[in-house]
Design a protein around this ligand. Structure first.
Ligand SMILES: Nc1nc2c(ncn2[C@@H]2O[C@H](COP(=O)(O)OP(=O)(O)O)[C@@H](O)[C@H]2O)c(=O)[nH]1
Ligand SMILES: [Mg+2]
Length: 349
C-alpha cells in the first residue's frame, strides 16, 4: 500500500511526538497563496495525513485492527469467518445495506474461486470499501461568481457553526472576502457562537436579534454581501428537530429568498452530519435532501468516534458528494474528503 513513508516516519517517532498538535491549515499546497518549496509541501502532506490517521484511531481499532485479528492464523474463508466479519463491519457503522453488499461480493468471489485465503480477503475488502467511498464528484466551485453563496444546514449540535468557521478560514486563506449570516436565530447563543468564529477568522457577521425571522436576516445578509461586493457568503441555519416540518419549510423559504436576490444561488447547500450519531446520519440526510437539494456533505467529529464506518454508508447509500470531514475542534481540523487517503489512514496499521 502507499504511504510507506508514513510507516517509516511513524516507527521513528515516539507516542508523545505523535500527539504534538499540528498548526498548519489543511489547504493543499498548490492552493496556498505564494510559492511553497517542494520539501515543505511534502512535509505538509505528511503532517496532514498523520493528523488524519491519528484522529481516526478509534474507528481503526474497531474496524481494521479487529479485522486483522480475525484473519490472523486463519487458513480459509468459511461461513464462521464471514459472519464475524459481518459483525465487525456493522459495529463500525458501515451500515447493514453496505455490509450486506460487501459480504455478498466476497461470497461471490469465494464461490468463483477468485478468493481463497484471508490475506487476499483483506486486500479485497479494502478495495471494495474504496469503491464504495467513491461518492459522486462535487460540482466545480466557481467562486468567481460574486457572491458565491453556501447555505449550511443540519440538525442541532452536529457542528454547523464550527464547520462554517473552518470553511470561512480556508477562503480567507485564499485571500477571499467572506461574510457570514447568522440565520440560526432560534437561540441567542447560536448567534454569539457565529460571531466568535467570525472574529477568529476575520469575517464580518450579519445578524439580528434572536427570535427574528431567519429569512429576513438572510435577505439583509445577501443584500449586504452584494453592496460590499464580498466573494463568499456562508449562511448558518437553525436545526432543531422537534418541529421537523416547520424546519424544512423554513429552509425552503430561506432557499427561495436567496435565489430571488441572487439567481444562481445558493451555489452550495452543505449538509453537516455528526459521525458519532452513526446510522441516524443517513436518515437525517434523506429528510433534508427531500426538502432541499443537498449538494454536499460535511461529516464532523470523526476524531471522537468508533463509528467512522458511517462515511462508507454515506457515500454508498446517499449518492451525495462527501466533501469535507471534521477531525477535531481546531480551525485546521476540517479536511477535504479523499477516499484513498481515508482508506489508507484507516488500514495503515
Ligand atoms: N471533536 C470534534 N468536535 C467537533 C467537530 N466539529 C464540531 N465539533 C463540536 O461540535 C459541537 C457542536 O457544535 P454546535 O455549534 O453546537 O453545532 P450546531 O448546532 O450544528 O451549530 C461543538 O462543541 C464543536 O466544537 C469535529 O470535527 N470534531
Ligand atoms: Mg450553531
Amino acid at each position: 500500500m502507499a504511504f510507506n513513508w508514513f510507516k517509516k516516519k511513524n516507527e521513528e517517532e515516539s507516542e508523545q511526538e505523535e500527539e504534538t498538535p499540528v498548526t498548519e491549515a489543511p489547504v493543499a499546497p498548490s492552493e496556498q497563496p505564494g510559492a511553497v518549496s517542494e520539501p515543505e509541501a511534502s512535509e505538509n502532506k505528511q503532517s496532514f495525513f498523520k493528523r488524519l490517521r491519528d484522529r481516526l484511531s478509534k474507528t481503526r481499532t474497531t474496524l481494521a485492527s479487529r479485522m486483522d485479528r480475525l484473519f490472523l492464523g486463519k487458513k480459509e474463508i468459511d461461513d464462521a469467518l464471514l459472519e464475524e466479519l459481518e459483525e465487525i463491519l456493522i459495529t463500525s457503522d458501515i451500515g447493514v445495506q453496505t455490509t450486506m453488499e460487501l459480504i455478498e461480493n466476497v461470497r461471490e468471489k469465494v464461490a468463483r474461486k477468485l478468493l481463497n485465503n484471508p490475506e487476499q480477503l483483506k486486500e479485497t475488502l479494502v478495495d471494495e470499501i474504496m469503491g464504495f467511498l467513491q461518492s459522486p464528484p462535487a460540482p466545480p466551485r466557481i467562486t468567481r461568481q460574486k457572491p458565491y453563496v453556501i447555505l449550511v444546514v443540519g440538525v442541532n449540535g452536529v457542528g454547523k457553526t464550527p464547520t462554517i468557521g473552518k470553511i470561512a478560514a480556508r477562503y480567507k486563506k485564499e485571500g477571499k472576502d467572506v461574510l457570514l449570516i447568522a440565520g440560526d436565530t432560534f437561540r441567542a447563543a447560536a448567534i454569539e457562537q457565529l460571531e466568535i468564529w467570525g472574529e477568529r477568522v476575520g469575517a464580518d457577521v450579519i445578524r439580528q436579534k434572536s427570535g427574528s425571522d431567519p429569512s429576513a436576516v438572510v435577505f439583509d445578509g445577501i443584500e449586504a454581501a452584494q453592496a460590499r461586493n464580498v466573494d463568499v457568503v456562508i449562511i448558518d441555519t437553525a436545526g432543531r428537530l422537534h418541529t421537523k416540518v416547520n424546519l424544512m419549510k423554513e429552509l425552503q423559504k430561506i432557499h427561495r429568498v436567496i435565489s430571488r436576490k441572487c439567481p444562481d444561488a445558493p451555489h452550495e447547500v452543505l449538509l453537516v452530519l455528526d459521525a458519532t450519531t452513526g446510522q441516524n446520519a443517513i436518515s437525517q440526510a434523506q429528510v433534508f435532501h427531500e426538502a432541499i437539494n443537498i449538494t454536499g456533505i460535511a461529516l464532523t467529529k470523526l476524531d471522537g468516534t468508533a463509528k467512522g464506518g458511517i462515511a462508507v454508508g454515506i457515500c454508498n447509500e446517499l449518492k451525495i458528494p462527501l466533501q469535507y470531514i471534521g477531525i477535531g475542534e481546531q480551525i485546521e481540523d476540517l479536511q477535504d474528503f479523499d477516499a484513498k487517503e481515508f482508506v489508507d489512514a484507516l488500514f495503515t496499521l
